[in-house]
Design a protein around this ligand. Structure first.
Ligand code: NAI
Ligand code: MG
Length: 500
């Protein structure tokens, strides 16, 4: 670690990190996050117009901890009338928020970032309890990256004229945003931070299995003193999501989730004049050439597919390995997954946590059966799984053919499909033989090959000799059925402004 770390303290009192420590990888946490108090409420209301309000129907649904199968809180179910109220609040706040000098908007966004850092432990534990991801990931990745997105976009708020010189960037107005369950707080940050920086107000709906950190974020919005109505959070499932997307007051819609729902949204917004961005599924090729440093590549493959239980749109779920090193890579991969720890997400030694929902577990199991039926060879780690909770063993399939369902469909679980290739041209052809185009990985010592591959691969992000690296400065988004529009960097800002 290049920068001196702050002294570790077991105290739970609020500390403001040193200014140079604002970004995630330089963070130090207290050593026992599993004992941190996530301060969960028994019941979470809707957040509309700066206040927590009960849903008009009086209906609530439980949020389940996938590691225990027990409810951790009740979440308000928003119907069309509640969504109307959220849009009314957002529309009322929009003109004033848009007129506020960028530097003033920036101060609010900096405050959100700092408050998120102050409560980082609490957010990490809540994220892990609600969604099942390992505490090590929510602690070292999700929460610090979410804060980093707010810091980054706060910096843009008074520099939009420099980002889009001569183009007079203007906000769209009210933005409707729907996010998935795999990175609940981080996807909220990806959506809300650029919207606020550019002067838009938002109505956001988190996924029904992971609403808690969005509502805890609403507490931060209040604490930061944001003008009422600038951020509104409504909760519920697909019906609530459809009400958010189809509301006539939404000038722009931003969605992250499945390709199926993305297609529905594209149809329902067609002809409405709404600006739309979609970040959908993926089936990324992670390509290992024979000259690659194999130990490093194996770590990258493991990170690429088992990070967050494989619930990752850009997961390296199709391993393409050059035939001459295929046996060596497979052997190392088997040994490696045998020592992955699957289990209690709150244990900081856990590598793979719980599968987010029963439905998702069934979907993964179904596709794994299809892989076996279609003739691929399966290898699963022999680790012991907890008796309660939804878990799935790390799984490798070798001898996979391009026609197999496990080579074509997004499994969104800890399952890797392994294919082989002989030539560079064959690698490119197989990698691009997919309906998706979100990400890819290339492992080779040859710089010229990296450049050639990154041009030839039809994917929004191409990682070279690494995988799943994220940064707020770097645009992320897809081609083909992975969607359109970018999030992060100046490209991401551009989707939140009208340019003249
Ligand atoms: P989903 O696309 O149904 O859910 C994502 C979000 O969309 C949730 O907030 C949900 O409530 C909302 N939603 C559902 N129907 C909607 C509608 N008609 N209009 C507006 N919003 C709607 O994804 P689901 O069913 O949870 O997962 C199914 C599969 O989708 C996964 O197995 C995975 O393959 C893929 N997926 C991909 C994600 C990604 O980041 N690329 C994220 C989540 C799921
Ligand atoms: Mg949950």
């Amino acid at each position: 670690m290049p920068v001196a770390a702050p002294k570790k303290s077991r105290s739970t009192s609020r500390r403001r990190p040193e200014p140079e420590l604002i970004f995630g990888d330089l963070w130090e946490f207290d050593p026992a996050p599993e004992s941190a108090d996530p301060r969960l409420a028994e019941r979470y209301q809707l957040f509309i117009g700066g206040r927590f309000v009960a849903p008009k129907s009086g209906k609530y649904f439980p949020s389940i901890n996938p590691a225990t199968e027990k409810p951790i809180a009740e979440i308000a179910l928003a119907a069309a009338k509640d969504v109307d109220a959220a849009y009314a609040a957002a529309a009322e706040a929009a003109p004033r928020w848009a007129r506020l000098p960028g530097a003033e908007r920036g101060k609010y966004i900096y405050r959100l970032a700092r408050l998120l850092q102050d409560r980082a432990r609490e957010f990490a534990v809540a994220e892990t309890l609600d969604g099942g991801k390992p505490i090590r990931e929510s602690r070292d990745f999700d929460v610090p990256m979410a804060a980093a997105h707010f810091f980054y976009h706060a910096g843009w708020a008074d520099k939009l004229a420099y980002a889009f010189p001569g183009a007079d960037p203007q906000p769209h107005g009210v933005v409707g945003q729907v996010i998935p369950w795999n990175f609940p707080l981080l996807m909220l940050a990806w959506k809300i931070a650029p919207a606020l920086a550019t002067g838009n107000t938002v109505v956001l709906k988190p996924a029904e299995t992971t609403s808690v950190t969005a509502l805890k974020f609403a507490e931060i919005v209040r604490e930061a003193g944001l003008p009422p109505g600038v951020v509104n959070i409504v909760t519920g499932a697909g019906e609530t999501g459809a009400a958010v997307v189809n509301h006539p007051a939404a000038a722009k819609v931003a969605f992250t989730g499945s390709t199926d729902v993305g297609k529905l949204i594209m149809r329902s917004t067609a002809g409405t004049g709404k600006k739309l961005t979609l970040e959908l599924g993926g089936k990324a090729a992670n390509i290992v050439f024979e000259d690659a440093p194999l130990d490093q590549a194996v770590e990258g493959i493991v990170n690429g597919i088992f990070f967050n239980q494989g619930h990752v749109c850009c997961a390296g779920s199709r391993l393409l390995v050059q035939e001459s090193v295929a046996d060596a890579v497979l052997r190392r991969l088997r040994n490696r997954i045998d020592v992955l720890r699957v289990g209690n997400p709150l244990d900081k030694n856990t590598d793979i946590g719980a599968i987010n929902s029963k439905e998702q577990l069934n979907k993964i199991a179904g596709l794994v059966k299809a892989g076996q039926r279609e003739g691929a060879a399966m290898y699963q780690s022999k680790c012991r799984l907890p008796r309660t909770g939804w878990y799935f063993r790390p799984t490798l399939f070798s001898g996979v053919e391009q026609s197999h369902r496990i080579a074509r469909e997004e499994i969104f679980g800890p399952v890797l499909s392994i294919l082989t290739f002989r030539t560079v041209a064959e690698a490119v052809e197989k990698a691009n033989n997919t309906a998706y185009g979100l990400s890819a990985g290339v492992w080779t010592e040859k710089g010229s090959r990296i450049l050639k591959m990154s041009t030839a691969l039809k994917a929004g992000v191409v990682w070279a000799n690494t995988y799943n690296k994220f940064d707020p400065t770097s645009p992320f988004g897809g081609y083909k059925e992975s969607g359109f529009g970018r999030e992060g960097g100046k490209h991401g800002l551009a989707d939140y402004v009208k340019l003249t």
